[in-house]
Design a binder for this molecule. Structure first.
Ligand SMILES: *Cc1c(COP(=O)(O)O)cnc(C)c1O
Length: 374
């Protein structure tokens, strides 16, 4: 008799994440578990953070993987940057913007939502007008890659108008890091979070974050304790960035997810071996290949400015949403995403993230859709 009734099959993960994980990363995950204060592990963590800086495009010392998935990174940024009563502006044009608003409200923030139709982005003029309407806003939060709608939000220039009004720029880069252009320092981003299981092609479980000097100054000036013990950066930084003294001055806070760090380090090595620019170009090329093939099938996109990592397409008239996705999974082993929120039943979401963004997968999902829809 077996206690187990299901075993993980080798799916082709073309949904909104997780993305396919290369064997190299899975092998790294299975290396011997070290202690979280073992000098070898601290070296591995330091190397991981150094590569994260490179991929984020930042020199921020406080760059590290939060223990937890992307949502933990979102909460980490919110709880550390916001005190009860603070005014913040959150851009809400999809599920993740809406979540950010919810998380901010749970921190006691007074949230002013800048709404846009799902699938649309924001112009600098809209952002400036909202900032001027709420001059006391301390944080301006925006999603670069809105996975629920597939819309890309350009970020260049936003920091100038945000900083000119004394606010901090917080960015959700969960579905963009490692797949889309992202320059934390050059674009003036003060705080940012991402995830491992999207364009980095690592299993879910860590959330890379980075905080710049303005964000640090805001945290140091807090009058109240951070609401979350687990995500309190004033304590976490004593472990992740260390200091002088024995063990590099590292102070135990919680046991880091040791083996996940090995996996992330390997995934980052793969990003840098390919080259960040080449990787971003590959995501763009595979998006174009898919877009052209979908057009041949008569399938169109919902967002006006689409992500390369996530393709949100309109379900054609007469197609049965659940049945098509079910057949893709059972007959072809392909996972794609359903519509989320107001897009439920209206959209399919095809992720081409990290390791999964290749010619084989694009042509396979197109062929499978052609067979199923005919
Ligand atoms: C996936 C995602 C998240 C949440 O990440 P989890 O790893 O599921 O916790 C947050 N924001 C965006 C834009 C995402 O795509």
């Amino acid at each position: 008799m077996s206690y187990l009734t299901a075993q993980p099959a080798e799916r082709i993960l073309l949904g909104p994440g997780p993305s396919p994980v290369p064997q190299r990363v899975l092998r790294a995950l299975s290396a011997p578990t070290l202690g979280h204060l073992d000098p070898q592990y601290l070296t591995i963590m330091d190397e991981t953070c150094a590569m994260l800086r490179e991929v984020f495009g930042t020199k921020n010392a406080l760059t590290f993987p939060v223990s937890g998935t992307g949502m933990a990174g979102m909460e980490c940024c919110a709880v550390n940057l916001v005190e009860p009563g603070d005014e913040v502006i959150v851009c809400v044009n999809g599920v993740f913007g809406a979540r950010m608003k919810d998380v901010m409200e749970r921190c006691g923030a007074v949230v002013h939502a800048l709404e846009a139709p799902w699938g649309e982005g924001y112009t600098i003029e809209q952002i400036t007008a909202k900032l001027d309407q709420h001059p006391k806003a301390k944080v301006f939060a925006i999603v670069q890659a809105e996975t629920s709608t597939g819309a890309l939000q350009p970020l260049e220039g936003i920091a100038d108008v945000v900083h000119a009004r004394g606010a901090l720029l917080l960015v959700d880069a969960v579905t963009s890091l490692g797949g889309h252009e992202l320059k934390v320092d050059a674009w003036g981003i003060d705080a940012i979070y991402s995830g491992t299981q999207k364009c980095l092609s690592c299993p879910p479980g860590l959330s890379p974050v980075s905080f710049g000097d303005r964000a640090l100054a805001r945290m140091d000036a807090r009058k109240t304790k951070v609401q979350s013990w687990y995500l309190d950066v004033s304590m976490l930084r004593k472990y992740y960035t260390g200091g002088s003294g024995a063990g590099g001055g590292r102070v135990y806070h919680h046991t880091a997810p040791i083996n996940m760090t090995y996996a992330l380090r390997e995934a980052l090595v793969m990003v840098l071996e390919e080259g960040l620019d080449a990787r971003i170009a590959r995501h763009a090329a595979m998006h174009q290949r898919l877009r052209a093939g979908l057009a041949d099938l008569g399938l169109g996109y919902i967002p006006s400015r689409s992500l390369h990592s996530l393709n949100c397409i309109r379900i054609p008239e007469g197609a049965n949403d659940g049945a098509v996705r079910g057949r893709l999974l059972t007959e072809y082993g392909i996972e794609i995403g359903a519509g989320l929120g107001v897009m439920a039943g209206k959209a399919w979401r095809i992720g081409l993230m990290g390791h999964g963004s290749n010619v084989r997968n694009v042509d396979l999902v197109l062929a499978a859709l052609r067979n199923i829809l005919k």
